[in-house]
Design a protein around this ligand. Structure first.
Ligand code: NDP
Length: 452
């Protein structure tokens, strides 16, 4: 490194992507700094994937208590739920993970700055009153919840606040039809809150396979979530007993909490980007090329701030590609096709590859296999859940191009299916695979009759 630089790489933002890039660059002997103003681990660890999944687990216990009776268990008294215990145990676990992130950065040899960093020029970063010269800058500042402005919108909260509520309300309104809205609707409902999901469109989870999102919608209704489609909120006002929510097509509703889960925007405000040539898209996301280079040759960006696919494992993969291109062999590439994903709504969705609608548009002829059945647990445990599995096959090549599951453990099952699809598995490969019995997953290798 030339003497005139303090660092080879200065990473702004210690979320999933930033930390991975910093650690990998440091492991290659580079002089690396990471600055974080809020919390180590970013959205995923602090106000996203990790605490959300803990809340999902918590919200599933009532069904398990109920099912246990059919298996011979008697619970001596009706179980009760204590929100502060869950919230505070969750927070303690997140503090533990923050410590692990701290050690990971320390042990990698990178310098960690606890403060807000801003860009002061193409190769200058200021933090805690000092300005550092750096050969390259990585902007990995993530995203932030977006709440549209309307009368009373300041009374709504975002997913950030959901993790620290003083108390759970008796009734909640959740707005949106994407990942966060359906996940929190399931959590609140499971924890005993009367939950109303308000969505402006006609179908929840609109970017997913329609048959699967319809199953989820019905599953959520069966579990007690009140779903209001084609409905918009006109205003929120403070009222006796909570917040009065004005709806465009029905009577106002009073609720203790209104959660807006209406997307996330790139965190680029007041970062000093105007001192550089970095270009922003209309939605504020940083524009980068296939190797995460911005229009400013010394500045790179990845993760939610580039708004390609807002998923932790994607940011991590992007970080590995970037570091390989900056300091390694420059061979790693990222394939945004066939990324498996799960929505931890209840029932759960796991999916990889194309939806039926996308496959029909892309291929001349497809075969669709669908299986819908009761989970075995229900034979004695009761309950309303079903499992739906779906394979979409390109008729010309026999390749499986889409694989979807709604039901318990869908995320766990679909991760493995992701490998099969990545490897180019055909329906014949699925058919030649021996099932694991008794499991729900075996259905994926025993579907013989085309549904369409
Ligand atoms: P999404 O983009 O998934 O959904 C946003 C929802 O808000 C859409 O239904 C959208 O409606 C609606 N919406 C947008 N603007 C308005 C508005 N002005 N008024 C009313 N409704 C509006 O965003 P999320 O916030 O749910 O999640 C952000 C991202 O975080 C996800 O895309 C995902 O990548 C990631 N994430 C991943 C998770 C996982 O992996 N399990 C979990 C949680 C988040 P419309 O469709 O009509 O535009």
């Amino acid at each position: 490194m030339s003497e005139s630089f303090d660092y080879d790489l200065f990473v702004i933002g210690a979320g999933s992507g930033g930390v991975r890039a910093a650690r990998m660059a440091a492991s290659k002997g580079k002089k690396v700094a990471v600055a974080e103003e809020r919390y180590l681990g970013g959205t995923c660890v602090n106000v996203g994937c990790v605490p959300k999944k803990l809340f999902v687990y918590a919200s599933q216990f009532p069904e398990s208590f109920h099912a246990s009776a059919g298996f011979g268990w008697t619970v001596p008294q009706a179980p009760t739920f204590d929100w502060p215990t869950l919230r505070d145990n969750k927070t303690a676990e997140i503090v533990r993970l923050n410590g692990i992130y701290n050690s990971l950065i320390d042990n990698s040899g990178a310098d960690l700055f606890d403060g807000r960093a801003t860009i002061a020029g193409p190769q200058l970063v200021s933090v805690n009153g000092q300005t550092y010269r750096t050969r390259s800058i990585l902007v990995a500042t993530g995203g932030w919840p977006y709440i549209p402005e309307f009368p009373g919108s300041e009374l709504a909260i975002s997913s950030n606040e959901m993790f620290f509520l003083d108390e759970l309300p008796e009734k909640a309104v959740v707005v949106g039809g994407g990942y966060i809205a359906v996940e929190f609707a399931g959590i609140l409902n499971g924890l005993g809150v009367e939950t109303h999901l308000v969505y402006r469109g006609p179908h929840l989870l609109k970017s997913f396979d329609r048959q699967m999102s319809d199953k989820i919608q019905q599953g959520m209704i069966d579990k007690g979530v009140h779903i209001h489609l084609n409905t918009e909120i006109s205003q929120i006002v403070q009222a006796d007993g909570g917040l009065s929510v004005g709806l465009d097509n029905q009577a106002d509703m009073t609720a203790g909490l209104v959660l807006y889960a209406t997307g996330r925007v790139a965190n680029t405000a007041n970062l000093g980007l105007e001192t550089t040539n970095v270009a922003l898209a209309n939605n504020g996301a940083i524009v980068v090329d296939e190797h995460f280079a911005t229009a400013e040759p010394s500045i790179y960006a990845l993760g939610d701030v580039i708004d390609r696919i807002q998923l932790t494992p994607v940011a991590i993969q992007e970080a590995m590609v970037l570091v390989d291109h900056l300091f390694g062999e420059a061979v790693a590439e990222i394939d945004y096709k066939g990324i498996p994903t799960a929505v931890f709504c209840q029932p759960e969705l796991g999916t990889v590859g194309l939806s039926e609608e996308q496959a029909r548009a892309e291929y001349e002829d497809i075969d669709v296999y669908v299986s819908d059945f009761k989970p075995m647990m229900q034979t004695l445990g009761g309950g309303s859940d079903r499992i739906t599995m779906k394979l979409i096959v390109d008729s010309a090549t026999d390749r499986v191009v889409g694989c979807h599951m709604v039901g318990e453990h869908a995320a766990e099952v679909i991760q493995g299916m992701g490998i099969a699809l990545k490897a180019g598995a055909t329906k014949a490969h699925f058919d030649a695979t021996v099932g694991i019995h008794p499991s729900a997953a075996e259905e994926f290798v025993t579907m013989r009759d085309k549904s369409r």
